[in-house]
Design a protein around this ligand. Structure first.
Ligand code: NAP
Length: 255
């Protein structure tokens, strides 16, 4: 039997949250492995920057402004990318937000906003991408969850975020089952603390050095640390992997 390929050559991909942090590193990595990448993010974000960076290294990319909480935006984004690069077969959903408030006083609007972007946004992204892949005969989706799906982060009051991320893991398992017989694999990757704009927010920034000490590998992740495992799950090398959640946390949750 031939060794399965890690290449993403000639594949069409979309990445949400592609202009910043983890999504950006993933978009660059997928393009480096040969995929044509539709980079999706909110209007006003640095989409030109990531697309120019991909093109400057010989890769193929296009930018699309879309809000993952809007179903019509995501359907239009997928259609635009397919019109430019051909049938979609790969997708990574990395768009997300985070903030903090004690559970006993969190306004319901704050709860709903985080659930809307971090869980409903992933569902609507998967729906648009999955419908394209069902038409195209299959594909692979990776959702970016978090180790907060399985632990409560010591010192961080973010019940809404943690609940949303647990939902993303279970959503992945549910879609994996629903779409398995039609050729779509769905998995999630759960990063540990990663150096991005998200972890520069006040309630986290000062704690990042402590998190590094609490990590068996002795540091926090860089966005590029997350990109490799995502690329593996998208590739044919992971052809028998679906419905799983891959922790990429430097061992943080083993202690
Ligand atoms: P980031 O640098 O803030 O990137 C998130 C991106 O998502 C931003 O470009 C953001 O745009 C975009 N976004 C937010 N709301 C959106 C919406 N409604 N529609 C489309 N795009 C939207 O954060 P990151 O750290 O790379 O996070 C990426 C993913 O990893 C998130 O799902 C996060 O929860 C997860 N994660 C991060 C860590 C970590 O330690 N950094 C750990 C575990 C999991 P704006 O900047 O314009 O808001």
């Amino acid at each position: 039997m031939a060794i399965p390929s890690f290449s993403l050559e000639k594949k069409t991909a979309v990445v949400t949250g592609a202009s910043s942090g983890i999504g950006r590193a993933i978009a660059l990595a997928l393009a480096g492995l040969g995929a044509s990448v539709g980079c999706i993010d909110l209007e006003g974000s640095d989409l030109d920057g990531v697309v120019n960076e991909i093109r400057s290294t010989g890769g193929s990319a296009t930018s699309i402004s879309a809000d993952v909480t809007r179903a019509d935006d995501m359907v239009a984004a997928v259609a635009f990318v397919e019109g430019k690069f051909g049938p979609l077969s790969l997708a990574v959903n990395a768009a997300g937000i985070a903030n903090a408030a004690p559970a006993e006083s969190m306004a319901v609007e704050q709860w709903k906003k985080v659930l809307d972007v971090d869980l409903t946004g992933v569902f609507l992204s998967c729906q648009a991408e999955g419908n394209a892949m069902l038409r195209n005969g299959g594909g692979a989706i990776v959702n970016i969850a978090s180790m907060s799906a399985t632990i409560a982060n010591r010192g961080l009051v973010q019940a809404h975020y943690n609940a949303a991320k647990a939902g993303v893991v279970q959503l992945g398992k549910s879609l994996a089952w629903e779409w398995a017989s039609r050729g779509i694999r769905v998995n999630s990757v759960s990063p540990g603390y990663t150096n991005t704009p998200m972890t520069k927010r006040p309630e986290q920034a000062s704690a990042m050095a402590g998190y590094a000490n609490d990590t068996p590998l002795g540091r926090n992740a860089e966005p590029e640390d997350i990109a490799g495992p995502v690329a593996f799950l998208l590739s044919d090398a992971a052809s028998f992997v679906t419905g799983t959640d891959l922790l990429v946390d430097g061992g943080f949750v083993i202690w």
